[in-house]
Design a protein around this ligand. Structure first.
Ligand SMILES: [Zn+2]
Ligand SMILES: [Zn+2]
Length: 309
């Protein structure tokens, strides 16, 4: 397919009120000169989203639908850093809002009346709807609702709710549910770390923090902007009655992990002082890095040897 110019993208109608340029334009793509236009099969999928969901929404509300993110090319993603499994890559996803209408209401309307695969709300302050649509087998999965109902399982003993529930998000009233690509990463953390821990110690594991949306992460004190919590690759947890050093050390010896950190653990203040942070990734080789972090600094190892960085 030859490269389409700006005017051709604007003239390329996907349904009465939607044109292809709305799904391809991106300020970052423009800034870096990235050609962000899908192939013919991708355009067809965008057309299916327009005809089956966006156009009916547009017609029902009779208001402009603002597309915030449609297609994301691999070239563009070098600057955006979405999960490599994101449905935005294959033109099955769109982020949008309807001018003057609460995104919550839009999601409810879609849920009640239209075919869709997944909807979820993102960004509490000025929320938008992230929607995915597939040609066959739309599941009608409202992840904002599913996560809240504590039913959606990630492994035998862990539900999505436990990995997205966040005191910070609640306090700041932020949505904190990732898309399905993110959820599959949370599932890896459960299957490879939390579930084996649960089975070995035979006691409930209290997860204090799993996923943090970019907005939530930015208000968590001391959190790194590159935190693996943001990528759905990490969890903070502990087991009441098991001291955090013992827990971390069992993981070090028995499990595969990317990074294992014993955080703010002062044994003299009790076995559960502080918490254990563990991450797991399938995006690259797990590093098996062990650290201890406290108010006195960051040290290699879980605490036995104390060499300063
Ligand atoms: Zn999205
Ligand atoms: Zn952490």
């Amino acid at each position: 397919m030859k490269k389409l110019g700006y005017e051709e993208l604007q003239a390329y109608r996907l349904s009465p009120n939607f044109v292809l340029s709305e799904f391809c334009e991106h300020s970052v793509a423009q800034e870096h000169g990235v050609y962000n236009v899908p192939n013919a099969a991708g355009i067809q999928r965008l057309q299916a989203i327009c005809q089956n969901v966006l156009q009916p929404v547009r017609d029902f509300y009779a208001r402009p639908v603002i597309v915030l993110r449609g297609y994301v090319s691999p070239g563009l993603n070098r600057y955006l850093d979405l999960c490599p499994e994101s449905e935005h890559f294959n033109c099955c996803a769109v982020d949008f809002r309807v001018e003057g209408i609460k995104s919550q209401d839009v999601a409810n309307y879609i849920d009640a009346h239209l075919p869709y695969d997944v909807v979820l709300l993102e960004n509490f302050d000025f929320p938008w709807v992230h929607l995915t649509y597939v040609e066959n087998g739309n599941r009608r999965l409202n992840l904002t609702v599913e996560a809240g109902q504590r039913k959606y399982p990630l492994s035998k003993n862990f539900s999505l709710w436990e990995l997205v529930n966040s005191n910070t998000a609640t306090a700041h009233k932020m949505y904190n549910v990732p898309d399905e690509a993110g959820i599959s990463r949370l599932r890896y953390v459960c299957e490879n770390i939390l579930q084996p821990v649960r089975e070995h110690f035979g006691k409930p594991v209290k997860v204090s923090s799993g996923y943090r949306s970019p907005a939530v992460n930015s208000v968590v004190k001391g959190s790194s902007p590159t935190s693996q919590h943001k990528k759905c690759e990490a969890a903070d947890f502990e087991i009441y009655g098991v001291d955090n050093y013992t827990l971390a050390d069992w993981i070090r010896v028995n499990l595969e992990f990317d990074q294992l950190i014993l955080e703010h653990h002062h044994p003299e203040l009790g076995p559960n002082d502080g918490w254990v942070h563990a991450s797991y990734t399938k995006a690259r080789k797990n590093r098996r890095q062990c650290l201890r972090i406290g108010s006195d600094g960051t040290f290699h190892g879980l605490g036995a040897q104390k060499c300063r960085h």
